[in-house]
Ligand binder design. Sequence first.
Ligand code: SF4
Length: 211
Amino acid sequence: MKDSKKIKWRGEIISIQPRTTVWRYVIDNRTHSHIGYNLFVDGEADLECKTYSVAISEKQQQKHMFCIGDKVEGTAWTKINEVTDYADYYRAGGFKIIEHAEQLIKDVPPPYRMTPPDMATYEWRGARMLAKTCWKGKCFQCVWATMAAVEIEYNWGVSRKYRFESFCYGPKSCRFYKMGKPRAVPYKDRGTSYDEGWLDEIISENRGFDD
Ligand code: SF4
């Protein structure tokens, strides 16, 4: 754990994705939680020029209706724990929209660069594993992409492992979609199981191929 300090940030929003966590237990359980949004910003933070991410709440997004291309400034706090959340900065506030994007992006999707839906929509849709190369590349600006903070129950009630994993909540028919390699889920003294994709089918069973 590190000390946290309050910083100022400003820049242009280049992506907005849901802020999510996942709890894994062998391959029987993969539980996704939807806790807000991550704004990916190109600009300055803590007196440095860089690209960074700022965690905001669902209420903050509903109030400000941030979208890609908005130029924004605010305050936030540096990360205390490197593994339990993906964003670089938390407890954001003091938002000021310096300049709204001229218009919502009207490109034909994918990627889906629209105003992101609410948390209940992500919850209902359910996520499928998304190759990290897709998340970093063609999918980065898509509202259906997420980089989740994953907690693996490694020794029940005693120890856990942590990592980040990319997922997609978008249409199953999306031509950009690639699952990537099966994901290892270790458990103490039992070796490693692999999440090969059948949990994706269960978790996203509410929707059809084109939803
Ligand atoms: S694969 Fe998923 S995250 Fe990527 S563009 Fe398609 S819907 Fe969006």
